[in-house]
Design a binder for this molecule. Structure first.
Ligand code: P6P
Length: 327
């Protein structure tokens, strides 16, 4: 079995980027250890505070955020970090080469019920003319990402990452090493499985309502296919399923908060997941255009997400092109 280090060297990944990824994974391994302790470590439940998103923070949200922030800022390669759990970017080494954005514990509402969660990360080149806590330094399109990935804390702890040379999966062994377990992952082009939170159906645009209605009509409907549905409420788990066996994941725009384009965050959910999916031959959009082509306006900017098997995402795009603006 090939270790992560050996694989990255064989891919001619720069020593600096390998060092940064290594540093990030030190924190993720600590998070994995804490999660396995769960109630035994007295770390479940609410932290009794809200983040900038207005979401109640879990104790593990705060713990994992602090771990990642401290560990990354101790690395001289990091000029700054931006986190879902931090109101503003935090500066590191002024001469650092990279910026890192991350969601320290995505899906954390699942922690207290022992369902899979994950850490999502995105690595960008640091502009030389901007400070590491200058928000504008981070506002780069997803297509500029140097690397991206997640660590899924589930029955296995799995790192899935890309540096732009395909998407690959590594499983964490008890030794603390990540071993290559799937190379050059390919998302199946077609699927019969969709993931969406159906309880929001009345708030969606007509195009999304029409598309999902037609999927629910099964073989007799215009899509002539019997679909199955999954919803884990943990984006990392959904994306991992899609990378593994195909599917389409949707968190669309909805009218509950009309000023927000979606619930998920562009910089540390939409962009890194889009990089992984498109490096694996899938498609990642906001139902109208590639997510990685969106010019960010803020580090906590939201985005609608429709990603997965290329053929199915193109069907969803077609519904939105034909029915855009209709009621
Ligand atoms: P809902 C988790 O909070 C998250 O950001 C994603 O991981 C997940 O896909 C989504 O929100 C779940 O949202 O509204 O179904 O709870």
């Amino acid at each position: 079995m090939k270790r992560l280090h050996q694989f990255l060297r064989e891919q001619h990944t720069s020593p600096e980027l390998i060092e940064l990824i290594d540093t990030l994974l030190v924190a993720c391994k600590e998070v994995a250890y804490l999660l396995k302790q769960g109630a035994l470590a007295g770390i479940l439940g609410s932290a009794g505070a809200e983040n900038i998103q207005g979401e109640t923070q879990k104790k593990l949200d705060v713990l994992s955020n602090d771990l990642l922030k401290k560990t990354l800022l101790s690395c001289s390669l990091v000029k700054g970090i931006a986190s879902e759990e931090e109101d503003f970017p935090v500066a590191g080494n002024p001469n650092g080469k990279y910026l890192v954005t991350f969601d320290p514990l995505d899906g954390s509402s699942n922690i207290d019920v022992n369902v899979s969660v994950g850490t999502i990360f995105s690595i960008l080149q640091a502009p030389t003319d901007l400070a590491g806590d200058d928000e504008s330094a981070f506002l780069q399109q997803g297509s500029k990402q140097v690397a991206a990935g997640y660590v899924l804390y589930g029955p296995s702890n799995i790192l899935v990452m890309t540096t732009g040379k395909g998407t690959h999966m590594f499983t964490l062994a008890n030794t603390g090493d990540f071993f290559l377990t799937r190379e050059l992952v390919q998302v199946p082009v077609t699927t019969k499985e969709f993931a969406i939170n159906m309880s929001n159906q009345r708030f969606w645009e007509h195009a999304m309502q029409s598309y999902v209605d037609d999927m629910l009509k099964g073989e007799e409907g215009p899509l002539a296919k019997r679909y199955n549905m999954r919803w884990v409420a943990s984006m990392v788990a959904e994306v991992h399923r899609i990378l593994t066996r195909g599917g389409i994941f949707m968190y669309p725009y909805d009218y509950r908060e009309p000023k927000k384009p979606g619930k998920l965050r562009l910089m540390y959910e939409g962009n890194p997941m889009s990089f992984l999916i498109e490096q694996a031959g899938g498609l990642s959009t906001n139902a109208y255009t590639h997510i990685m082509g969106i010019q960010p306006k803020g580090i906590h900017e939201r985005v609608a997400v429709v990603l997965g098997s290329k053929e199915e995402v193109n069907i969803a795009l077609d519904y939105h092109r034909r029915l855009a603006g209709s009621q």
